[in-house]
Ligand binder design. Sequence first.
Ligand code: DGT
Ligand code: CA
Ligand code: CA
Ligand code: ZN
Length: 574
Amino acid sequence: MARPNDEVEALLREYADLIAITGGDAFKARAYEKAARAIGGYPADISRLDEDGLREIPNVGRSIADKVSEYLRTGKLAVVEERRAKIPAGVRELITIPTLGPKKALRLYEELHISSVSELASAVEADALADLKGFGERTQENIRHGIELLQRSGGRVPLPLALDTAEEIVGELSRVTGCARCAYAGSLRRMRETIGDLDVLVAARRSEPFMTALCELPATAEVIAQGAKKTSVRTAKGLQVDLRVLPPRSWGAGLQYFTGSKAHNIRTRTIAVHQGLKLSEYGLFDSESGESVASRTEEEVYARLGLPWIPPTLREDRGEIEAALRGELPEVVTERDIRGDLHTHTDLTDGLAPLEEMVEAAAGRGYAYYAVTDHAPNLYMQRMTDEKILAQRERLRELDGTRRRMRLLHGTELNIGPDGEVDWPDEFLAGFDLCVASLHSHFDQGRAAMTRRLVRACENPYIHVIGHPTTRLIGRRPGVDADWDEVFAACARTGTALEVNAQPDRLDLCDEDILRAVEHGVKFAVNTDAHSVPHLAQMRYGVGTAQRGRLTRDDVINTWPLTRLRRFLRKAGR
Ligand code: DGT
Ligand code: CA
Ligand code: CA
Ligand code: ZN
């Protein structure tokens, strides 16, 4: 179930957008955006808070608290309804195009009656924007590029929405009488970075109660097709869900089949054929007698094919079958192997929670160590100073070891400047236990300059981890252009780890980049880059991505015991 916090976050963001589109006070729009973020990141369920409780959330004042309680009480927010009536939903969709601001979106609507991305795409195509003041060649080009990025994500949804929906549906269907097993399969089980549709499986003798239950779920907005074997619905958030009900004895075969990928299944079916067997969603059968030889569990099915069980995140036909046949399947890292998070923020910069709360929550996750890495002074809007970071260090040293004996590392997230330079001089950097360094601007330098910039960061003896290395934002911004093989080689040579940033809209490095970097012998850090307490739980997306990149414990520095990690942090040249 979506948390009330998430619902309110979305609503307040919409309100902020609507204020901006209708030309309202920019300051007010920004205040709502900040409140939205704070509420989304607030650890407690806001539907249980009274007005006073609400006002304790950072960036939530009286007027916003009033609106939140109005929504919690009535399920509606009058001011949003009013503005929705004036502005078609599609106009708001326009501002999801990177580089298209609210003012331009409103003008497109008022002057050309454009109220959706596809209408805008046709207008650009027909060169209908040329006469509009302020929409010069460059703007049009930006819009064209932005639309392309949006369309490339092609209606696929981000992991968190898919996972939340899947867990809700699996929870509901598991409660239906007669349910022997229930799970999600498909690309979500393989943890692809975006999801086309959900594939939910049930093992039961009768299918009808489950098909009906799915159609009647509160999340279901539309029934696409209802049948005895398969039912498809669409949720209110536009996600398609396919439900299949299998006989309990076919559970393992069904799970294997519908987990995919298609490419992986083609390989397993071929292996079956070579052994005189036939593999389907119902089981593995002897081709001649038709007798079932394995079907109850995935392990049985793989074993009968002469293969070990293959983790779903590897099932892409990217060499996993060959490795399995050779008995060299990597033992991929799991969430339980993670001993600490090495890139996190507090409210000293742009995080939402104070140091104490982040530390408490991290200890609650059972971590052995935890690094705090607030932004350094060169991201000017964060207003970091030497005094502030040293005061934080002092407080952190006091807290060190006091929460379930978790050890604290004092770090920072440096900004890699256009020439590879960073925020502080060496003497000052030497005082940190760990430095992450990331790109935050100047993304269009060209390949050679960008490569030099990143290599120089690796060669800095005080930089241990390159944060979100490509800076891509899934569906919104491509990664920077660099000679990555050269960067990966520099990482391996200098003992600099690459981050697998777990934020679900980043997942940076992505699986394919990881596979390439591993070839160079690079080490990795799987980090959440948490800006709030709930973000710490996003580790699962980072681990999923690391698995898809075939990383083992040995490849990931934050699975190591602290003594080994500390050795890694004593980088050559220091
Ligand atoms: P998605 O939904 O685009 O994110 O990706 P998947 O992998 O979830 O694809 P989907 O939903 O079309 O099908 C789920 C799995 O079911 C797929 O990974 C393999 C299996 N499957 C579905 N249709 C076929 C088919 O026609 N042939 C084979 N071999 N497998 C299929
Ligand atoms: Ca699917
Ligand atoms: Ca499907
Ligand atoms: Zn960060």
